[in-house]
Design a protein around this ligand. Structure first.
Ligand code: ADP
Ligand code: MG
Length: 482
């Protein structure tokens, strides 16, 4: 069960001074026990693994996003205060989600067990490494983008597995198997997330790995700056010193000839040295506007497409996000979002965030009605796509009549009723007017359409079979119930 009581901070026992100038994680345990109590320490703090200690920032690995969230909100402030006191400098605690399976055995991780303040030998060595010149490395990674928080489904399992395999090879200290690893796909489908997850996983097991993540745009800007400042040599050294180079949205360097050239050299150099290169783009290598030789090199490793998630995966993503935000959202609201926002995970998340923010600001419960109201703009965009022809086709198939019967003057009941249903749905699900709909049904008068809509509306409460047909059709056409 969750511990909700505030940590006990009084009653603190004096603690042996830290070993040398640093702190010993093991030696901290009594202090943690005294401060937080045995239950909290064992449940929430002992499972955290120290990953790194640099510049007053202590990075700890948590096994899941939920775990990290709990620790963050309940214990990190006190932990930071304690560590600041112990080290005599402001300490910031950063949590990183590292699934247990990807963690190193304690002996393999240089930071496990002890951590040292800035200036201690291992850190000084890291700071002296060329890539640490200010815009390096794990600080660039978004803590949320880990394998643990990535939800998989048919659309992205292959990309996920490939990314994990790249990470696992590097974590074992082996030469890259897929090089470069090239992820491509539409906007907001998780390319950046997967790329950074590789970075996190590698750093979790090998914190000294020189990883560098940057957008192609940043690469471009740094390159231009280096030319202006005449520091090209330093620029070269920095990039050529990395073990894992991640460049996001590589399509941005298309057409930038000098940058392309420099990128190509860096790229070849790193490949030659057996360093891992990971790239993303909005299209596959051969479709990029780049020099041929560069395109062919980019596609020479493993190229994987990330597809738009199917509805089931969208739903799973929403559930995971809701859980990590610690909000209860009714299933019908999640279904509504998953069925309407189909093309982009970022938009899906955005919709969820909007509802949660609204709920927190106004206190109104998140209901289906609220979601429809608040997200009207998103849903409208969806309804607009639906045409009268789509509806006619669907209804004709459903009732097993010919499309031509939608337009024909035939008044036999077996075609007249489905036609009325189609008119009714056209009015409900599109923005078209009565006369306009009439024209799409073989030039019928607008009063005929009005009459059809009225008739179906009257029948719905009394005719459960018809109601079910209408429900099924609505769901098939829009993904939601009427
Ligand atoms: P891209 O780089 O392809 O444009 P991002 O990686 O930035 O997309 O993803 C957009 C947002 O959607 C991010 O917040 C990311 O965490 C989230 N996201 C995308 N795919 C998934 C997934 N499969 N599971 C969880 N979150 C995802
Ligand atoms: Mg991206």
């Amino acid at each position: 069960m969750l511990q909700t009581a505030a940590p006990v901070v009084t009653n603190r026992q004096p603690v042996a001074p830290a070993v040398g100038e640093g702190l010993d994680w093991a030696a901290l345990q009594p202090l943690l026990l005294a401060t937080f109590g045995a239950e909290v320490t064992e449940t929430w703090l002992t499972p955290l693994q120290p990953l790194g200690w640099l510049g007053g920032v202590l990075t700890l690995a948590a096994p899941t996003a939920f775990f990290a969230m709990q620790v963050q909100t309940k214990f990190v402030p006190t932990l930071e205060a304690l560590l600041s006191e112990q080290t005599g400098q402001p300490v910031q605690v950063q949590l990183q989600v590292v699934p247990a399976a990807l963690r190193a055995a304690p002996a393999a991780a240089p930071f496990a067990g002890t951590f040292q303040p800035l200036g201690a030998p291992s850190v000084a060595a890291a700071a002296a490494a060329p890539a640490a010149a200010g815009w390096q490395h794990s600080s660039k990674l978004d803590g949320r983008y880990t394998f643990a928080t990535f939800v998989t489904g048919k659309s992205n399992t292959f990309a996920f597995t490939a990314a994990q395999s790249v990470a696992a090879t590097l974590a074992r200290g082996e030469a890259p198997g897929f090089n470069p690893f090239f992820l491509h796909g539409g906007v907001g489908l998780g390319k950046t997330h997967l790329m950074q997850a590789i970075g996190h996983a590698v750093l979790a097991t090998r914190p000294n790995t020189q990883t560098m993540y940057l957008s192609a745009e940043q690469f471009l800007n740094k390159f231009i700056k280096a030319m202006q400042d005449k520091t090209q040599q330093k620029f070269k050294e920095i990039f050529r010193g990395v073990d894992v180079l991640m460049i996001d949205d590589i399509q941005f360097i298309a057409g930038k000839d000098n940058t392309q050239e420099e990128f190509f050299h860096t790229f070849n150099h790193l490949l030659g040295e057996g360093k891992q290169i990971i790239l993303t783009a909005d299209r596959p290598p051969h479709a990029l506007v780049l020099e041929e030789r560069l395109k062919s090199r980019l596609g020479s490793g493993l190229t994987v497409e990330v597809h738009a998630p199917e509805e089931e995966t969208r739903l799973a993503i929403l559930r995971t996000k809701a859980e990590s935000m610690q909000v209860q959202i009714p299933a019908e609201v999640l279904n509504l979002l998953a069925s309407h926002i189909a093309s982009n995970v970022r938009e899906l998340e955005g919709a969820l965030n909007r509802l949660v923010a609204y709920n927190r600001l106004t206190g109104q419960p998140i209901t289906e009605a609220l979601a429809r109201e608040q997200l009207r703009d998103l849903f409208k965009a969806y309804t607009r796509i639906l045409t009268v022809e789509d509806i006619q086709q669907k209804v004709a198939n459903h009732f097993n009549i010919r499309m031509a019967d939608m337009h024909s003057p035939r008044r036999a009941r077996e075609v007249a009723r489905p036609r009325q249903v189609a008119m009714f749905l056209a009015k409900q699900l599109t923005q078209r007017s009565y006369p306009d709909i009439g024209r799409s049904f073989g030039g019928r008068d607008h009063t005929t359409v009005m009459h059809a809509c009225q008739q179906i509306e009257n029948l719905l409460p009394r005719d459960p079979q018809l109601a079910e047909h209408v429900q099924l059709l609505t769901k098939a056409l829009t993904g939601r119930s009427l």
